[in-house]
Design a binder for this molecule. Structure first.
Ligand code: ARG
Ligand code: ZN
Length: 876
């Protein structure tokens, strides 16, 4: 059976619901195989809807076991129920209550949407459309209701019962081994924010007093025995709350705020009102088990989900086309938070690397879509880098354009004008337009079409007139011939041979020039000598910049720019140029590598000890994926890999002695206490980047150092870095250390995920066979999303040469996994399939092999809507 083309939902077809649901009273009796849900819905016709319309409730794989209207059972001819919906043919014209009873099997729910069990713990995931897997409902974000939830379960199985809002009552069910808890959420919310949890859980807690004087009980719930690993997350909750009060004036609005970690979760985490549910990977941390990256991710994701309480929950989305309204804005907010907690420049570089690694390729491939999509077949496929990361960049540009104070005022206005409503991107922009008196219609174009703009810049120095002119030209590849030019904030400055110049031009305000037309020019007066422009400082817009600067000019920026981002960027640009030329020509020589190495050596000499985290980033070359995305067509991943390896060897040969010395100098003093903070993490990052390069220059010495580090490491960061370095060096030692590591952490699935990932990324022909063996290892499981992502996901995204093998074996491995997984968890299967997103840019042999794999999937029978949608769009 071929899957039919799924129906398309269009933004332009939005219309308000014909009915509203003011109150929802739920009684949920948890049972492993037959959980019974009684929902009492207080309904009424929507004045904005069609009078006399049928009531059509959404369902998904539901079975109806009881239905009553105003307390009276409904005759069969009054309604129609299927697993996918419940229709009342002639609902009352005034308010009425509908009592709906459903029974679901949480143990059999392998899609991890709706009510399911994770390691025995009952939990829910309702965004985007999981609530309809619990009960029949108007499952759309513009239906806001006040919920009361009674949760009942066997006390032995689920001593902890959590819901949205505030706890109001607990008790025993007389004559049984069961107990219950009642939760009440006073804030009207859409069904996608509904959640319950029931299970045997340990917890840590503390109290927090908000700026409004409300005392809030904070709790983090984890697998019993892992409570000590929840402290960092708990602290991050409190820091997020304080930050949102101080920076955005937003205080928390319930008496409790709970976070629950579960081990089977499709995404990172979920912002359910007062009850955030997390992938345990983003909660659990201790020095022995978590890396510095884990700590940073936990801090960022705890903050992200907490910040949703205002940007997402208090003000939610009218429809799913507005997803960026909450996600782009909340990513921007969590980025700002992390920047304040850590090093702003280092964090900004990380944000841009993610954007370039994930969003730029998406924008350039068949899955490209506007930040606000215009249509979709499966909304769960739109939780993308474009909606999240590019969405955040748009908010950042808005702030750059209107300035910090106006931005804060506009945010205040947005929150207060839209509080308790389901809003749109237009509502968001209107708040800033009103605040500033500006017309933001032109700026709004950023939301409307895909494509990463290209900004061609040329500089012209007139030695006689002492003027310097910059000519800008913007194009929008893939946006359509009629695409209007965008409003692009260009933060810039000029750098002279000895340092920054004071260059003034009336059109540059606070260091920002606004490019609004297809072409424009800027002329600076009184420029004594040919300068080097520092453009798009701090990455002021998500664009690709094309400017023919020599290596020497670029490296002037590394030496003299005041903008940390562009100092890093300058070395990246030089490395990219070298890599692209080497990959294209295949020649052994790397023209310009000595200049880059010398510049890096000078930089390290002056600055590695002062800012090791930044120095570690300076040592990281553009990834293979980034080089591929810059080349853009006829890509040969092997050529890129070999160019990159040669450049790493060239740099390592020049820097190794210096790196060895710095690595010693940056060692932690003996007995120093562990700190997950940015300064200590930065030292570890530098030491490990240095180790990796030393191993490139001298594999034997690198292997010895790596083994020593694995044996003596005081942190998981250092132990894993040792293992990752060793994994690049084939031989007995590698296999022995990998085996010993697996044994040491046999009971730590999150640590073994990293062990799987390290092996999945080995760029050797044997990796496919290794992955086959790992799939049969007890550490792996096809049913747990984290395991699948660590092994097959990392292989597809972080091992370009093996994924893109000429013989197609890499594609086959991923395609087989997608098909096997689709039966049980379509969301994870579809996400994995997006790895084929850049197939059209490959050289012909690989392109044909990738296309064949994609066509094999597309023509397989019984595909989920999720996978059918990705396969179909990828091939379109
Ligand atoms: N809103 C969640 C977040 O903050 C993502 C949930 C997505 N879940 C899904 N099944 N599509 O990022
Ligand atoms: Zn989010």
């Amino acid at each position: 059976m071929r899957t039919e083309t799924p129906p398309t939902i269009r933004l332009q077809d939005y219309r308000p619901s014909d009915h509203l649901i003011d109150r929802v009273d739920l009684d949920i009796r948890l049972d492993p195989h037959a959980s019974r849900i009684t929902a009492v819905l207080a309904l009424r016709p929507n004045p904005a809807g069609t009078p006399g319309a049928q009531l059509v409730l959404d369902g998904d794989e539901l079975g109806l076991v009881g239905l009553a209207l105003d307390g009276k059972a409904l005759p069969a001819e009054a309604y129609a129920a299927t697993p996918a919906g419940l229709t009342l043919h002639a609902p009352p014209q005034g308010p009425f209550t509908l009592t709906v009873e459903t029974v679901v099997d949480p143990t059999a729910n392998t899609k991890l949407m709706g009510l399911y069990r994770s390691s025995g713990v009952y939990c829910t995931q309702c965004e985007a459309d999981g609530f309809r897997r619990i009960t029949y409902f108007l499952d759309r974000p513009d239906i806001l209701s006040v919920y009361t939830t009674r949760i009942e379960a066997a006390r032995e199985e689920a001593p902890v019962l959590l819901g949205n809002g505030n706890p109001v009552e607990t008790g025993d069910v007389p004559g049984t081994d069961r107990h219950y808890a009642i939760w009440q959420d006073p804030h009207p919310k859409p069904a996608y924010l509904f959640a319950i949890v029931g299970g045997r859980l340990g917890h840590v807690g503390r109290s927090f007093v908000t700026s409004e004087g409300r005392e809030v009980a904070l709790g983090v719930y984890v697998e019993p025995g892992k409570e000590a690993r929840a402290d960092y997350a708990l602290d991050a909750v409190a820091r997020s709350m304080t930050w949102d009060e101080e920076v955005f004036g937003r205080a928390y609005d319930l008496d409790v705020f709970n976070v629950v970690a579960v081990s089977d979760f499709n995404m990172g985490a979920m912002e359910n009102k007062g009850l955030n549910i997390f992938n345990d990977k983003y909660v659990l941390a201790s020095p022995e088990t978590a890396t510095d990256a884990d700590y940073a991710n936990i801090e960022a994701i705890i903050a992200h989900e907490y910040f949703h309480n205002w940007s997402g929950n208090r003000v939610t989305c009218r429809d799913w086309f507005q997803l960026c309204l909450k996600e782009g804005l909340t990513v921007f907010r969590d980025q700002e938070f992390s920047s304040d907690m850590r090093s702003r420049a280092v964090h900004r570089i990380g944000e841009v690397r993610t954007l370039r690694a994930r969003q730029f390729p998406e924008d350039a491939g068949p899955l490209a879509h506007p930040v606000r999509p215009k249509h979709y077949a499966e909304i769960n496929n739109f939780y993308t880098a474009t909606v999240y990361e590019k969405g955040a960049e748009i908010v950042r540009m808005l702030k750059t354009l209107i300035g910090e104070a106006a931005f804060r005022n506009g945010m205040d206005r947005y929150f207060s004008e839209n509080d308790g409503t389901a809003a749109t991107v237009e509502d968001f922009l209107a708040a800033f337009a009103t605040e500033t008196g500006r017309d933001l219609a032109h700026f709004a174009q950023w939301y409307e079409r895909p494509s990463t703009p290209r900004i061609a810049v040329s500089g012209h120095y007139d030695a006689t007139a002492k003027t310097y002119r910059l000519d800008f030209r913007q194009t929008r590849p893939g946006a359509g011939a009629d695409a209007p030019p965008l409003v692009i904030p260009v933060a810039l400055g000029l750098i002279g041979p000895d340092g920054p110049l004071t260059a003034t031009n009336a059109r540059v305000r606070d260091g920002v020039f606004v490019l609004e037309s297809a072409e424009d020019s800027l002329t600076f007066e009184n420029i004594a000598a040919q300068p080097v422009p520092s453009l798009f400082r701090d990455f002021s817009a998500p664009v690709r910049v094309e400017m023919a600067l020599s290596d020497a000019e670029q490296l002037t920026l590394l030496r003299h720019d005041t903008d940390a981002f562009n100092r890093w960027e300058s070395a990246q640009r030089v490395a990219l140029r070298i890599l692209i030329e080497a990959a294209r020509s295949g020649s052994e020589t790397l023209d310009g590598s000595e200049g880059l190495a010398a510049a890096l050596a000078a930089f390290l000499d002056g600055e590695a000890l002062r800012d090791p985290a930044f120095a570690a980033l300076m040592l990281a070359l553009p990834s293979e994926g980034e080089v591929a995305s810059e080349i853009g067509a006829n890509i040969d991943p092997d050529a890129i890999f070999s160019a990159r390896r040669r450049l790493r060897q060239a740099l390592a040969a020049r820097l190794r002695d210096q790196l060895a010395v710095l690595r010693e100098q940056l060692a932690d003093p003996a007995g120093a206490a562990f700190s997950p903070a940015a300064a200590a993490a930065g030292r570890r990052a530098f030491r490990n980047a240095a180790l990796d390069l030393i191993a490139v220059a001298d594999p034997e010495r690198g292997a010895a150092l790596a083994r020593e580090q694995i044996a003596t490491a005081a942190t998981m960061t250092d132990r894993l870095a040792g293992l990752a370095t060793l994994a690049q060096i084939p031989g007995e030692a590698r296999e022995a250390e990998l085996a010993a590591f697996a044994e040491l952490y046999a009971d730590e699935p999150l640590i073994l995920d990293k062990w799987l990932a390290i092996q999945a990324a080995i760029a050797e022909d044997d990796t496919i066979a290794r992955i086959g063996r790992l799939q049969r290892h007890p550490a792996f499981s096809m049913t747990n999303p984290n395991r699948v992502r660590s092994l097959v996901g990392v292989f597809s995204l972080a091992n370009p040469t093996q994924f893109n093998r000429v013989d197609g074996a890499g594609y086959a491995l991923v395609a087989d996994t997608v098909l096997a997984l689709d039966k049980r968890n379509p969301q994870i299967a579809a996400r994995l399939l997006t790895a084929f997103g850049s197939w059209r840019q490959l050289e012909p042999v690989r392109r044909a092999a990738a296309e064949a794999a994609l066509r094999g999937i597309a023509s397989a029978g019984g595909l989920s809507r999720d996978v059918a949608d990705i396969a179909g769009r990828s091939l379109a």
